[in-house]
Ligand binder design. Structure first.
Ligand SMILES: C/C(=C\COP(=O)(O)OP(=O)(O)O)CCC[C@H](C)CCC[C@H](C)CCCC(C)C
Ligand SMILES: O=C(O)C1=CC(=O)c2ccccc2C1=O
Length: 332
């Protein structure tokens, strides 16, 4: 059981705002960053609209592979699953702000929804309504199919989301967030989506889920670069704290490279159709991410936007993978 002490530098959490709010100097925050940014930007940073692609992609990928293998697509199931996944991710993010407000670590984070509204109970209530609605959507899928498998897999994802941040676990604080994230958005999430369309399992779906799990965990990994000093001071042992910013930056080309290396391997072994090599068109954001972080890993104000480059890499690599499966199905 752990508690999260307060982050000590008043300006630090501003680094994690949208890139437009992070235009500081090369070595640290610009003095203007110490001032509170405009309310509209704070709300956008708090609501994190680009982040919701991480909920959409596991469902899209599992569904695309089911379509590739089974040639059928249940639109009602797809739309219900997408809505449910977005609602569950809203719960995860809102409750993250609630739990962090309880430990005090977010007390200087202007773009925390709890700080913006000054109403923790309201945020917690909205989070729980989203969770109930999201789980209800999944229950309806399992009910229609008279099969609890999808519900079981999604409940496991929610459990991983809770132990990441909720008391008494707070495993993210131990640096285990990336592993939890890998399983929730990778093997569990993609398998649930595949199963919802096909009522079966698939090696191809499992293989693709490894690639998606890695690209999703990359986002979380990158989100920790700029706050390494505060995390270390607060006792949060993120992978960046454990490895240091230089070694973490050096790890990035290997992590990004694994997305492409694994795709080639799965094409060679016949698990993936040749069209999935389309994923190589996502190399520009991958190269941008590696170069940017290698050059700026120790400059919080500069590296703070790398999370959004990682979101772009995740979006394009998974969209292209989905397109590869869909095009192969259409071309046969
Ligand atoms: C909330 C998450 C990251 C924010 O972490 P952090 O506390 O470092 O950020 P701040 O500094 O901004 O406070 C993401 C955590 C992901 C978690 C390990 C797994 C979540 C699983 C989802 C609930 C499942 C989604 C549904 C599925 C079917 C796609
Ligand atoms: O706020 C964040 O930093 C993140 C939110 C989120 O929902 C998510 C989901 C999957 C991977 C990373 C992240 C975040 O970093």
């Amino acid at each position: 059981m752990t508690t999260k002490p307060t982050r000590h530098t008043p300006s630090t959490n501003l680094h994690s705002l949208e890139p437009t709010l992070s235009a500081g100097s090369a070595v640290g925050p610009h003095p203007e960053q110490l001032a509170k940014p405009p309310a509209k930007k704070l709300w956008m940073a708090a609501l994190k609209p680009p982040m919701y692609s991480v909920a959409i992609m596991p469902i899209a990928l599992g569904t695309a592979i089911a379509y590739f293998e089974k040639r059928s697509l249940q639109w009602d199931i797809l739309i219900t699953f997408l809505a449910a996944a977005i609602l569950i991710l809203i719960w995860e993010n809102l409750s993250n702000d609630v739990f962090d407000s309880e430990t005090g670590i977010d007390q200087n984070k202007h773009h925390s929804l709890v700080n913006l509204t000054k109403n923790k109970s309201l945020i917690f209530a909205i989070a729980n309504v989203c969770l109930i609605l999201g789980i209800s959507g999944i229950i309806s899928i399992s009910w229609i199919q008279q099969d609890p498998t999808v519900l079981g897999l999604v409940l496991l994802c929610c459990g991983l989301g809770y132990v990441y941040q909720g008391p008494p676990f707070r495993l993210g604080y131990q640096g285990l967030g990336e592993i939890l994230c890998f399983f929730a958005f990778g093997p569990l999430g993609v398998s649930a989506a595949y199963y919802s369309q096909s009522q079966s399992g698939s090696w191809t779906s499992l293989a693709a889920s490894i690639i998606l799990g890695i690209s999703t965990s990359l986002i979380l990994f990158c989100s920790h670069f700029h706050q390494v000093a505060d995390d270390a001071a607060a006792g949060k042992r993120s992978p960046i704290v454990r490895l240091g910013t230089r070694r973490s930056a050096q790890l990035l080309p290997w992590l990004c490279g694994s997305l492409y290396g694994l795709t080639v391997l799965f094409v060679i072994t016949g698990l993936f159709p040749i069209w999935t090599l389309l994923i190589f068109a996502s190399l520009p954001p991958a190269l941008h991410l590696c170069r940017h972080v290698l050059a700026n890993h120790d400059k919080p104000a500069r590296v703070s936007n790398c999370k959004f480059i990682a979101v772009s890499l995740h979006f394009w690599s998974s969209l292209l993978l989905c397109a590869g499966f869909a095009l192969s199905a259409l071309g046969r």
